[in-house]
Design a protein around this ligand. Structure first.
Ligand code: URA
Length: 230
């Protein structure tokens, strides 16, 4: 939210006072003076006026997890282990998943408390490629790549999928790059050819690549450089 809106939403300031506070350089976000009314206040930004804390702020956190099979992409589940069970950090209830994976899908999963960062990563307009390694039951024919580029009609959502790129690696294995994240999208794309996906592994989301040193179930914080890429 813009800082001028954030401040004028508070009961203590009207719009005119907010303008003045900014001009007089009395507002700080995360320790830095701001005078631009468009400056962004995020969920976890620390906001101060004349040194008085209006929103305490919390550090933003971003983790890369190698999701193992057999766990749910949810913060809580009554039956199965969840990806959050694998994260051993304080304030876990603040964390959420940026881009879910199915129960048995493995690979890159990003977990954060930074809502605007995860929105940028997952919103369809950003069109970040998500790259999957796929193994199938049946042979992958030459018609697949053509159809995936053309787009597939998904009746339930009443939409045609955006062009996807298929690189065939072997008779029953391929690398697929999609820019959306529709429900069971990859399985449904291969399902169009009655070809069951037996193994699905996410290698990459946009510029972020699963760290090959992470074993299934392991995670690490993202570097400042990785966070800035999104
Ligand atoms: N597409 C699927 O079908 N499943 C996943 O887990 C991810 C993408």
């Amino acid at each position: 939210m813009r800082v001028d809106r954030f401040l004028s939403n508070l009961p203590c300031f009207n719009r005119k006072q907010v303008r003045l506070l900014l001009v007089e350089k009395r507002v700080r976000i995360d320790g830095s003076i701001v005078s631009d009314p468009h400056a962004e206040v995020r969920e976890f930004s620390r906001v101060e006026v004349d040194g008085e804390v209006l929103q305490p702020g919390k550090p933003v956190r971003h983790y890369m997890l190698h999701k193992p099979p057999g766990c749910v992409s949810a913060t809580r589940d009554p039956e199965h282990p969840t990806v959050l069970d694998l994260i051993h950090e304080p304030d876990k209830e603040d964390l959420h998943i940026a881009g879910r994976l199915d129960f048995n899908t493995t690979g890159l999963m990003l977990i954060t408390n930074d809502g605007s960062w995860s929105r940028r990563l997952t919103q369809p307009q950003t069109k970040l490629p998500k790259v999957y390694y796929v193994e199938t039951e049946q042979l992958i024919g030459p018609e697949y790549a053509r159809k995936f580029t053309e787009g597939l009609y998904f009746a339930f959502e009443d939409l045609t999928t955006l062009p996807a790129n298929l690189e065939v690696l072997g008779p029953r294995s391929a690398r697929l790059s999609i820019v959306e994240g529709r429900y069971h999208q990859v399985k449904r794309m291969f399902g169009h050819f009655d070809n069951k996906v037996l193994r699905l592994h996410r290698e990459r989301m946009g510029p972020l690549v699963l760290d090959s040193s992470l074993n299934p179930g392991e995670y690490r914080p993202l570097s400042a450089q990785e966070i800035e890429m999104i």
